[in-house]
Design a protein around this ligand. Structure first.
Ligand code: UT7
Length: 329
């Protein structure tokens, strides 16, 4: 059976920065509250007219360049996103056209867990012999769905994209993946309207149902309960112990969630990567953005064991255990 390994990494953040001080002038909040409760200091905003596929295309081309490949070498393109450019065509198709890839292309929608789900799809396709070179992208412009009058959500989210090139090979890069979903808890974090269930209408706009709604405390409790379980399940499947994880890269949702997960796993905080202070919660983009930061910071080496942890709306969760096979860039 061919194995899946990561051969290229790239990411992209839009230029515009939204600081906590900017938010203080928009809603009743404070830099002190946001930093203490979330760890976030600033986040990026897609430029007017810049869409999720634009962010995805930038990250994809960087990942391909890192792998020494051209867009025509890709035989499957998977985009994880919850802020597609349009309901259809898929953001994957639009991204493929923008970068010049001519291959099957599909979106995976599992909210902030989308990147781990997309990596799972890529790994399955490679291990089944159905693809040799897969471009896996996590991209979101979730600030387009944020209500900037709602202080409980607008301080959290930012825009960005990250991508992996995943290729077939003899070396096993993706060691194990554990995924889960509890669809009975969909109302904890949702965008209620503008899908087929509640199309756009004046009433929708009046009630602001086109925006993200979240019960933050429920998501927090869910994440710190389910993620340690998922990490342990994937470790058991691969025969590794928690101490063998060199870097845990969780979805960057809240610094307190990251710290609690570390404590519950008995992992030193310095082995749990965080760049939330400067990115905020970029949803599907947060894990590949974080991995690219680790990689370009020369913190990943052949043999490094890296755990990628996602959680979010659905409710969904996912953990991918990866052995790094690339030289530091
Ligand atoms: O990608 C996955 C998606 N989401 C998450 O992972 C989110 C998980 N949850 C969280 O990160 C946290 O629950 C939040 C950061 C969203 C909220 O933190 P919290 O410590 O759970 O705060 P809280 O909801 O219990 O609110 C505490 C207080 C409330 O005031 P009262 O009722 O005590 O008077 C809120 O109204 O803080 C108030 N508050 C704010 N105050 C200033 C809520 N948002 C803000 C704000 N600025 N931005």
């Amino acid at each position: 059976m061919p194995h899946a390994r990561i051969t290229g990494v790239g990411s992209y953040l839009p230029d515009a920065i939204l600081t906590n001080a900017d938010l203080e002038s928009m809603v009743d909040t404070s830099d002190e509250w946001i930093v203490t409760r979330t760890g976030i200091r600033e986040r990026r905003l897609a430029a007017p007219g810049e869409t999720t596929s634009d962010l995805a295309a930038h990250a994809a081309l960087r990942a391909l360049a890192d792998a020494g490949l051209e867009p025509r070498d890709v035989d499957l393109l998977v985009v994880g996103t919850s802020s597609p450019d349009k309901i259809f065509p898929s953001t994957a198709c639009i991204t493929a056209a923008k970068i010049g890839a001519a291959c099957p292309a599909v979106d995976v929608m599992a909210a902030c867990t989308s990147f781990v789900y997309a990596l799972h799809h890529a790994t399955c396709a490679i291990e089944a012999g159905r693809a040799r070179t897969v471009l896996v992208i996590g991209a979101d412009a979730l600030t387009r769905h944020v209500d900037f009058t709602d202080r409980t959500t607008c301080v959290l989210f930012g825009d960005g994209a990250g991508a992996f090139v995943v290729q077939a090979g003899d070396e096993q890069g993706v060691l194990a993946i554990d995924l889960g979903a509890d669809g009975t808890r969909g109302d904890v974090l949702e965008i209620p309207a503008c899908g087929a269930a509640m199309p756009a209408s004046e009433e929708v706009l009046a009630k602001r149902f086109q925006f993200i709604r979240m019960n933050g405390q429920e998501v927090f409790k869910f994440a710190v309960r389910v993620i340690p379980q998922s990490v342990k399940a994937a470790l058991a499947a691969s025969g590794l112990a928690v101490e063998q994880i060199d870097w845990l890269v969780p979805h960057q949702a809240n610094q307190r969630i990251l710290d609690t997960i570390a404590d519950r796993l008995g992992l030193p905080h310095e082995r749990v990567f965080s760049n939330i202070a400067t990115t905020g919660n970029t949803s599907a983009a947060s894990i590949p953005l974080a991995v690219d930061a680790l990689y370009t910071g020369r913190n990943l080496h052949p043999g490094s064991v890296v755990g990628l942890v996602g959680f979010g709306a659905g409710l969904t969760w996912g953990y991918a255990l990866v052995r790094w096979t690339k030289e530091a860039r």
